[in-house]
Ligand binder design. Structure first.
Ligand code: ADP
Length: 618
């Protein structure tokens, strides 16, 4: 009899020892599976299912804390601090219910979520019976009491039995035995909770608790690994995408000159160069020396490569090539034999090959050549215009002397045709003098060497002078000047603004070949701005050319067709000069009906007041 009891006891012990061994073997197996699974969703289900299998739970819910971009757990300002990541052993309706549930970490769950301690309850109903089985009482007093109980439990002041539950919500699967463990990461921070339930009381054992804790730790590490793997993977994708899309061609080459990696631009360059016969050879031959030097001498090398990339169009491209030694820890390329192992410092200094960067400088060179040519052209214009001024002045001087002195009766009388010829010489020389001086101004503006001399000038007096001077040059035009005041002082370069006004009013006369009224208005409607407008009824400017009319050497088709002489430099100079005064130039025009040009200048109010006072005193 005694023997029988002993045998029975021994049999039971052996059975439970076998069960434990079986459970730990299963845990070990799942541990291996966990460490190799990198898909987070699959991992979560694997863990939940394993937890059920190991402990005989009917259902398992996996809750996690949201993470920030650096993988650290965060407590969202609104919503729940935990979310349901996976649930197993429930019906689809119940799963839906779980998705809607809020995981605030109250009551029995609080010690798990907030204190990182496991909770194993023999019968959940024992803690909720006062409130009804499926009723869930979330009154503030009850929640407060549950929180306090959770804290007391976590700090060892009360036993598990004294923990309070805030109830099992309606539609929740019946749970009487409850086992919940925290998921603690490497730094013991609670990442989530693994919650198990069974509909009968007294199910989970101390061993289950230990087992689940172990699983929880493995799960947290596995999740961390999955996240790290995922972020490393994303990072690698990003780096690849950046590498691929670098505008310069980048090649990673080993010491023997073999291409280990190259980006899109490098492939394109290689293909371009290979279109030529034997260029493959050439690239390797071309880079062999520099790679050798870069890797052995550990220094950067720069050189240029010029190649015809398209024989049919004779397209030549020029590349600036930079070869620099590539330092990689040798272990990251070739597994090292322990005998050859060097220190980490030495490893990180080892040059494993070279980075070759191909920078296409064709356009830059072209632009530089263009800029150089432009500069040469400007220099030439400056010199030519400058050198022309003296002989032109001599020519004009003698033509005028001949005309004037002969008219005064000095020397032999000139025939009519001779007088006409001299007048033509005089006019043509005047035009050439104007052209030379405009060209000089353009060159100075381009070079930034045109200096303005600002001084207070009475704009009304200046306008009157220009209008009077130009009125005598024409009989078929009537120049009218409308002023709003007798004096208006502005701070300008008198000579330059006179040049602008002369050009604009002169154009109005020139491009109104049939004559007519030229109306000049000066107004200071807007505060601190004075506006001058010049309106004519001439040929106007064709609409499609209006956008370019302020360009250098720009002349409208109708002006050319009418045979009106000009250089196309005046308006360019006007706009530049006005803008250097801080003002603006614009126009309105209708072909065949006429144009109105506007000039606006800023006026400083103090300047205006001072100058007006000076004028009224004088
Ligand atoms: P230019 O008169 O020497 O040709 P501008 O630079 O002063 O040079 O003028 C550029 C072009 O703008 C002129 O050739 C002409 O086609 C057009 N233009 C300028 N002013 C007028 C105007 N008042 N009416 C019609 N066309 C004009």
């Amino acid at each position: 009899m005694k023997n029988n009891v002993w045998l029975q006891r021994f049999g039971k012990r052996r059975q439970s020892a076998e069960q434990s061994a079986h459970k730990f073997a299963a845990l070990y197996k799942v541990g291996t599976a966990l460490s190799s699974e990198l898909d987070e969703k699959k991992l979560l289900y694997l863990i939940a299912e394993t937890a059920c299998k190991l402990t005989g739970a009917e259902m398992a819910a996996f809750t996690l804390r949201p993470l920030n971009e650096f993988g650290q757990p965060i407590t969202p300002a609104t919503g729940n601090p935990f979310y349901l990541a996976a649930v197993v052993g429930v019906s689809p309706q119940q799963e839906h219910f779980f998705q809607q549930m809020s995981f605030k970490g109250e009551g029995l769950l609080a010690p798990i979520f907030w204190e990182g301690v496991p909770v194993r309850i023999a019968d959940v109903l024992a803690h909720t019976h006062a409130f009804g089985v499926h009723h869930h009482d979330m009154s503030p007093e009850r929640i407060k009491a549950a929180r306090q109980a959770a804290l007391d439990y976590a700090q060892g002041r009360i036993t598990k039995e004294k923990l309070l539950s805030v109830g099992v919500p309606e539609n929740h699967p019946v749970v009487r035995s409850f086992l919940g463990v925290p998921l603690l990461d490497r730094s013991s921070v609670v990442r989530g909770g693994l919650l198990l339930g069974r509909s009968v009381p007294d199910h989970f054992t101390e061993e289950d608790e230990a087992l689940l804790l172990g699983l929880g730790t493995q799960a947290a590490i596995a999740l961390d690994n999955a996240r790290l793997y995922h972020s490393a993977y994303i990072h690698a994708l990003e780096t690849d995408a950046i590498f691929e899309h670098i505008a310069d061609g980048v090649m990673l080459m080993d010491v023997n000159g073999c291409i280990l990696r190259e980006n899109q631009a490098a492939r394109h360059i290689r293909e371009l160069l290979q279109d030529e016969q034997n260029h493959r050879q050439e690239i390797t031959a071309l880079l062999a020396g520099p790679i050798q030097s870069a890797t052995t001498e550990r220094r950067d090398l720069n050189f240029t490569v010029t190649a015809v990339v398209n024989t049919s169009s004779n397209e030549v491209r020029e590349y600036m090539v930079n070869v620099s030694p590539l330092h990689l820890p040798k272990a990251s390329i070739v597994p090292m034999h322990p005998r050859n192992r060097t220190t980490m410092e030495e490893q990180s200094l080892m040059a494993s090959g070279a980075v070759v960067v191909w920078h296409d400088v064709t356009e830059t060179r072209r632009l530089m050549a263009y800029a150089e040519a432009e500069q040469l052209k400007d220099e030439f214009i400056t010199i030519a215009a400058h050198e022309l001024r003296t002989p032109l002045a001599v020519l004009k001087g003698f033509a005028q002397t001949l005309l004037v002195q002969t008219a005064r009766g000095k020397g032999a009388e000139l025939a009519e045709w001779q007088v006409e010829a001299l007048q033509n010489i005089d006019q043509a020389t005047s035009r050439m003098v104007d052209l030379a001086s405009d060209l000089l101004d353009v060159a100075r503006l381009q070079a930034g060497s045109l200096l303005l001399h600002f001084e207070p000038v009475d704009l009304i007096a200046l306008l009157k002078r220009v209008v009077t001077r130009l009125q005598v040059t024409t009989e078929c035009h009537t120049l009218t000047l409308h002023i709003f005041t007798d004096h208006f002082v502005v701070d300008i370069d008198q000579q330059r603004i006179e040049q602008v006004l002369t050009n604009i009013i002169g154009n109005a006369i020139k491009y109104s070949p049939l004559g007519g009224v030229i109306q000049i208005d000066v107004d200071a409607q807007q505060q601190n701005t004075v506006l001058v407008s010049v309106k004519d009824t001439g040929i106007g400017i064709p609409e499609q050319q209006q956008g370019q009319i302020f360009g250098r050497f720009m002349r409208a088709d109708n002006a050319l067709n009418e045979g009106i002489a000009g250089t196309g430099l005046g308006l360019y100079l006007c706009r530049e000069l006005v803008e250097r005064h801080g003002g603006h130039t614009w126009f309105e025009s209708m072909e065949g009906e006429g144009s109105t040009f506007y000039l606006s200048f800023p006026v400083s109010s103090s300047q205006k007041a001072v100058a007006s006072a000076e004028l009224s005193l004088s």
